[in-house]
Design a protein around this ligand. Structure first.
Ligand code: NIG
Ligand code: FE
Length: 412
């Protein structure tokens, strides 16, 4: 099955030579072909170039993309899409003056979602979650990482990870699974934190690894949640069982989580709303991808990740949604890209690099996703007619997507 897309006004993120990420000043460079063609063969990118060099081919489908932009689909490397119910009441409580921390301290927050999740059947959890997955696919996401972490019991965590596995089996989008048992301390372990860590280390991780239910291990390393020492212990065990770390750090406080992540060769360190110069320094010359979650900053009214300082220091940066019921009830990567430009002063080129190739890197998918490269997955966004790709962040509330291709097929 061959699809030919012709007359593409701008074909973005064209990488003839495969790369796995972009850092520092390279982030400002978004290689683009104007007036381009793109050929898809089955589920892969077969060829591309300038219309002047269009080869003679017999395509099964020809799409005229005059006035439209084509780019690789978004790579959302940090989500909590699998959850039960919602937390609308906490949203209103925050409007009325309570903080995210105050809500969590009175048993709301993550524990509220954990209660709901443990009361919800696996089938119902799947049905609620697939609606969100379908929504983000239509918003242009072509690869996604999904975390557990609302079970906080072995049964609940396994249930979440089985739902993630079932979503991966039933949908064409690439899905990576992360075990986040260390998201909060469940109520019955409040006075026995070591007991819960022991359960994660001796029961949950071995069981999850045995059943191959996760690719990565995550910990919420934060004051009042998991200390640096506890985070290291959990990462260490995860690594022993083949799970590479991707961790939540520096959301509210800088307590050394980044340094711990780097020490354990974490694939990514995520959130980074609160960064001091030592944190930036620690990430230099490492393989760990910093990931910013601007929709979370927006929704909770907390600081934005200091993208400019980090890029200036030579670091790469990825962008993801953090889609979850408490801090970010939105999985819209278009909004993330726009917010990164508007609030973090990233240029459109930097934000698109961060949401495609660097996002792919942050979930171990940059060999197959995140750029227009021969042999990579034909996961694409085709926009409506727009004046230039600057419109994507500029027209921040509009849906500019005409169609989404996943594995070479237009999403219905
Ligand atoms: O990434 N910060 C930790 N975890 C999630 C939010 C969890 C929740 O409030 O349900 C986050 O923001
Ligand atoms: Fe998160």
């Amino acid at each position: 099955m061959i699809t030919l897309i012709t007359n593409i006004q701008e074909l973005l993120q064209v990488r003839e030579t495969p790369i796995n990420k972009v850092s520092g000043s390279e982030m400002a460079n978004l290689p683009t072909i104007k007036n381009a063609f793109l050929i898809l063969k089955d589920n892969l990118i077969e060829d591309f170039g300038s219309m002047e060099n269009l080869p003679k081919i017999n395509a099964d489908t020809v799409i005229d993309a005059k006035g439209k932009v084509v780019l690789p689909s978004w790579c959302d490397s940090h989500t909590h899409i699998v959850y039960a119910g919602n937390r609308e009441q906490e949203f209103v409580d925050r409007i009325n003056g309570l903080s995210y921390e105050e809500i969590a301290n009175r048993g709301g927050g993550i524990l509220n979602s954990a209660k709901k999740l443990n009361e919800t059947s696996e089938e119902e959890l799947y049905n609620q979650s697939k609606i969100r997955l379908e929504e983000v696919m239509h918003l242009g996401t072509g690869a996604v990482e999904i975390k557990s972490g609302y079970g906080l019991t072995i049964e609940g965590e396994l249930k979440m990870l089985r739902v993630i596995k079932k979503l991966a089996e039933n949908y064409p989008i690439s899905i990576k699974a992360t075990f986040l048992g260390a998201h909060a301390f469940p109520t019955h372990y409040k006075e026995n934190k070591d007991g819960y860590i022991d359960e994660i280390i001796t029961k949950m991780i071995p069981e999850i690894a045995k059943n191959k239910l996760a690719d990565y291990i995550d910990v919420f390393c934060e004051s009042g949640y998991f200390s640096v020492e506890e985070t290291e212990k959990i990462m260490q065990t995860g690594i022993e069982f083949g799970l590479k770390p991707k961790i939540h750090v520096n959301q509210f406080n800088s307590i050394g989580g980044i340094q711990a992540g780097v020490k354990f060769k974490a694939l990514s360190v995520d959130h980074l709303e609160v960064m001091n110069p030592e944190d930036i320094q620690a990430l230099k010359e490492t393989e760990t991808m910093p990931v910013a979650l601007p929709s979370c900053s927006y929704f909770l009214s907390i600081p934005y990740t200091p993208a400019r300082e980090m890029i200036k220091a030579g670091l790469p940066l990825a962008l993801a949604t953090d889609f979850n019921p408490g801090s970010t009830p939105s999985g819209n990567m278009n909004f993330v890209v726009a917010t990164a430009c508007i609030k973090m002063k990233m240029t459109p080129e930097e934000a698109i690099n961060a949401a495609t190739i660097n996002g792919a890197y942050a979930m171990g998918l940059s060999e197959t996703h995140g750029s227009i490269t021969k042999g990579k997955k034909a996961n694409l966004i085709l926009t409506k007619p727009i004046s230039s790709y600057y419109q994507i962040p500029y027209a921040f509330g509009s849906n500019l997507i005409e169609s989404v291709f996943i594995e070479g097929k237009i999403l219905k």
